[in-house]
Write a protein that binds this ligand. Structure first.
Ligand code: ARG
Length: 122
């Protein structure tokens, strides 16, 4: 897709912004769609010399949106399934993890409630 005004090339991405921290609406500050996937999509667009145009869509409408040429690609924490693989191509996995928050043993923090009184503002 190269349809755009003057010099700016537009890359159209579809996402379902209901899946924090990957894609969600920043209701507290900007009302922008933000998150890990959005950062990644922006980086890809920037590296390729495109301007990213984000469309928020129901998760189940993302693949149909691709098929209807509404998006150039989708980033939405989407996992391959047999069903989906029949109609779309998946990239290599970009997020696979086992990572944890860490605190000192002496603080005995094992639940969110344990943070009370031990963290400024909690
Ligand atoms: N990984 C799951 C899937 O592919 C859930 C993804 C949900 N993503 C979202 N933006 N709501 O079905």
């Amino acid at each position: 897709n190269t349809e755009s005004t003057s010099e700016t090339k537009v890359l159209r991405v579809g996402t379902s912004a209901d899946y924090a921290p990957f894609e969600f609406v920043d209701t507290k500050v900007s009302d922008d769609i933000i998150g890990f996937d959005i950062d990644l999509a922006n980086l890809i667009a920037e590296r390729l010399g495109y301007e990213l145009q984000i469309t928020n869509s129901d998760f189940n409408s993302l693949i149909p949106g691709l098929q209807a040429d509404k998006f150039d690609f989708v980033i939405s924490g989407m996992t391959p399934t047999e069903e989906r693989e029949k109609v779309v191509d998946f990239s290599n996995a970009y997020y696979e993890t086992e990572q944890y928050m860490v605190s000192l043993k002496e603080n005995n923090i094992t639940t969110m409630d344990d943070l009370k009184g031990k963290v400024v503002g909690a």
